[in-house]
Ligand binder design. Sequence first.
Ligand code: 23J
Ligand code: MN
Length: 262
Amino acid sequence: MSGTDTLADLAGLLLSGKVKVVDLAAVLGPKTPLLKLPPELAVDTPPIEIHTISAYDKNGPFWAWNWLKVGEHSGTHFDAPHHWITGKDHPDGSTDTIPAQSFVAPANVIDCSAEAEADHDFLLTADMVKAWEAKHGEIQPGEWVLMRTDWYKRNGDEAAYLNADENGPHTPGPTADCIEYILSKGAIGWGTECVGTDAGLAGGMEPPFPAHNLMHKNNRYGLASLCYLEKLPPKGAILIAAPLKIEHGTGSPCRVLALVAD
Ligand code: 23J
Ligand code: MN
């Protein structure tokens, strides 16, 4: 079958609803939970603002539009390799230089929802990924690996979403050996339903923030604050995740979509 025929089939499947488009993004606005870093270490991303330019009024009688104040790493968002010091020298590692082919890729969805509910500091390990592969099939080169935790259900309550106490944030994520393993399989990216791609306590890991450090060192991508991963099968969904083409951008809020066969 030619590529043209395949696309004609896809067009029919989309129009008939046999292929569904699933929205994996959270609403982006002033109530979006944002990462809080230790103040002695770093400056935080500023709160999101949405300002009206006009609303069919004296500032624009027939039209409505807004302007935004929003950090690149806010809400459901894409992490580009240039976000991390380990990835800063990749010539195709910023939002305006990543090849478009990278923005559409198959997804593997690993369900850790029971584990994350039982242990807010739950860490997905390489051995657990291997056990998942034994059941569902191997992670193939060029595919996303997404960690489902149902954590997005806390997204409406910043304190619950960030889940911090005096020892820092308690949110699930990957171990360094998990990230090393998916990189050995050729994964194009790693995504989670938490505020960042790393676990809450990842600053104390070796290396610190292994999802950021290792994925971006290898010119691979991240997705954070994903929603509704329970709507995706373990294998078979196609992810569409394209950041805004920000000049020298390190990431961008992103309307992440999944194509899912019904
Ligand atoms: C900056 C510093 C640490 C982290 C992050 C950003 C993110 O999670 C992010 O949004 O990329 S952990
Ligand atoms: Mn980010």
